[in-house]
Design a protein around this ligand. Structure first.
Ligand SMILES: [Ca+2]
Length: 379
């Protein structure tokens, strides 16, 4: 070998080594953020829904035309408009299923791969492995060579004190490089976790301490079910679908389909109290109706306080469906005065608000003047 050829080859291999070293150093590092959970990688695929009952979610299958998301004013700096005089409401990277709202963490961003706004797109049936569980689409979002924390939410009307169950099927594709079959790499992935949550107060802040979250886990390549329960504290609740990719690998992609929100158990009793005013000279029989409404699987029992001074009776002592319960008493023979008792309605298994205690008061007066009315309830 000529000396010049040997030198050229040395330079060539040195350049090759330098290029490889630089490429290795410049690749996105597997930086794991402080809050990374320690759960092992799990693939859990169930086939049964856990939230029984009527689905209260609008567009639970994440269908629709997926237009560019227009954020409510004042918008967000990540949603740049084309014109500087317009608010930042045009979220070009966010193409969403109808009736869902996006949310995402936007800080810290001290590196360009940190906490980006995920790119939201529809996923279609022809993709492999299957990314759609039902219908024509699922909600897909991803962060490319970057991390994210965010997802989707929806506000839903609720029965206060009702126990709700929220679930959604989801999975992720997380891998440093593109493997055959577009599968996750179990040895080099983004530490991508998923979970679902409910804010029982109906707020839209996914970082609020009031949000009740399911367990989080890595659910790669196959749909698995995430679910959580919470008792509504308002007439609106908010459901959240969440994911967090901790390592900025090439593919941090998330897919969600078939969300369910159901009212598991709730009971309500009306009215909250009963008051009657009667003339002692006009004795009469009185019937009040108490409305009991409850979801299936619950039973109720009703009782009168043993120490009550009002001699009353109930039309039935218990039931297993929504019922009208009649409370009856007769003022014949009652002297002028105030008589009281209490109706207690208990529910099993117990639900929020139970037992329901209804104070009952009867005023028997010597001369019932029209001036008393309509301040009190007459039978
Ligand atoms: Ca779907």
């Amino acid at each position: 070998m000529k000396r010049s050829t040997a030198v050229s080859l040395s330079i060539f291999f040195a350049t090759l080594l330098l290029t490889a070293t630089v490429a290795l150093l410049l690749r996105p590092r597997p930086v794991v953020l402080a809050s990374t959970p320690t759960n092992p990688l799990t693939i859990t695929v169930g086939d049964a829904e856990v939230c029984a009952g009527t689905n209260l979610i609008t567009n639970p299958s994440f269908e629709g035309d997926y237009p560019v998301y227009i954020m409510a004013a004042p918008g967000h700096p990540d949603c740049q408009t084309w014109f500087p005089d317009q608010p930042n409401q045009f979220c070009e990277r966010v193409k969403l299923a109808d009736d869902w709202q996006p949310y995402w963490l936007n800080t810290p961003r001290t590196e360009n791969w940190m906490n980006i706004q995920p790119e939201y797109v529809p996923s279609l049936p022809h993709e492999q492995p299957p990314r759609v569980r039902s219908g024509d689409k699922s909600q897909h979002y991803f962060s490319f060579w970057s991390t994210h924390e965010g997802g989707l939410m929806q506000q839903v009307s609720a029965v206060e004190d009702g126990r709700y169950c929220f679930s959604s099927w989801g999975h992720a594709w997380s891998s440093r490089e593109t493997l055959s079959g577009w599968l996750s790499d179990p040895n080099d992935h983004g530490q991508l976790y998923q979970r679902v949550g409910i804010d029982p107060t109906g707020g839209t802040d996914w970082q609020s301490h009031t949000v009740v979250w399911s367990e989080m886990r890595m659910q790669y390549d196959e749909f698995g079910l995430f679910s959580v329960e919470a008792v509504a504290e308002s007439d609106t609740i908010t459901v959240f679908i969440w994911s967090k990719a901790n390592v900025p690998v090439k593919h941090n992609d998330v897919y969600w389909d078939d969300a369910r929100l159901t009212l598991l158990q709730a009971a309500a009793v009306e009215p909250g109290e009963l008051t009657t005013l009667l003339d002692v000279d006009l004795p009469t029989a009185v019937t009040h109706t108490i409305g009991i409404s409850l979801t299936s699987g619950l039973a109720w029992t009703a009782s009168l306080a043993p120490s009550g001074t009002l001699p009353a009776s109930l039309s039935q002592p218990n039931g297993t469906t929504s019922s009208d319960l009649n409370l009856t008493f007769d003022t014949n023979g009652l002297a002028a005065g105030t008589y009281t008792t209490t109706v207690t309605i208990d529910v099993t298994p117990t639900v929020a608000g139970a037992p329901f205690v209804i104070p009952v008061t009867l005023h028997v007066v010597p001369e019932l003047h029209q001036a008393f009315l309509p301040a009190v309830i007459r039978p």
